[in-house]
Write a protein that binds this ligand. Structure first.
Ligand SMILES: [Fe+2]
Ligand SMILES: [Fe+2]
Length: 190
């Protein structure tokens, strides 16, 4: 359902492959934030049973990804970085509208879009890496991000009518394409 409207450039993949250590440190931070985001969602909507169940599972899965990336970092003699702002995520968050219902819809759709972008970019990394364990790892990560974008769009359809979901997604996908196109090329997920 979530089809991105901007294709990440090959120059982005080059930047990642040229400084893979920096990319790994940023990737770890992204997984940790994804897990924290899932916990914050279920804390905000304790009465939405489907959402709570989905976010419990997601927070654990993202934390498992985090653990795996931390292991890779440590095996390479690297350490975690300090938390930094993610301009891409922050720019998308600015699109969230005020109001209980629309805020929930926007949160779900933006989370799904972020997962879809993760899927695209981790998939590019998997393609760009030489055969080996790291390539397998990024393939698996890309597959799980693909499941997550469906998870969020399905949740949106659980709580909102399809035409409302599609109309809002249309607006947000255009905005995401602009935000993504304006990102600096760097060895980071965003
Ligand atoms: Fe993840
Ligand atoms: Fe994810």
């Amino acid at each position: 359902m979530i089809i991105l409207r901007f294709k990440s450039p090959a120059a982005w993949l080059d930047a990642v492959l040229n400084d893979f250590d920096a990319f790994l440190i940023d990737h770890a931070a992204a997984e940790k934030k994804a897990s924290g985001m899932a916990v914050s969602m279920l804390s905000h909507y304790p009465d939405r049973t489907e959402l709570v169940n989905a976010m419990v599972d997601l927070s654990i899965e993202e934390m498992t990804h985090f653990r795996e990336v931390v292991k890779i970092l440590h095996a390479r003699g690297l350490i975690l970085g300090a938390d930094t702002r993610d301009h891409y995520v922050n720019a998308l968050r600015k699109e969230m509208r005020q109001g209980t219902e629309v805020y929930l819809l926007d949160r779900l759709l933006i989370a799904g879009i972020i997962e879809a972008r993760g899927c695209e970019r981790f998939g590019m990394v998997a393609e760009g890496l030489p055969e080996g364990q790291l390539k397998q790892f990024y393939r698996a990560i890309a597959e799980s991000e693909a499941r997550h974008d469906h998870l969020f769009s399905d949740l949106a359809l659980t709580y909102f009518e399809r035409d409302i979901v599609e109309a809002r997604l249309d607006v947000l996908l255009d905005r995401e394409a602009e935000i993504c196109a304006a990102l600096p090329i760097q060895a980071a997920l965003h």
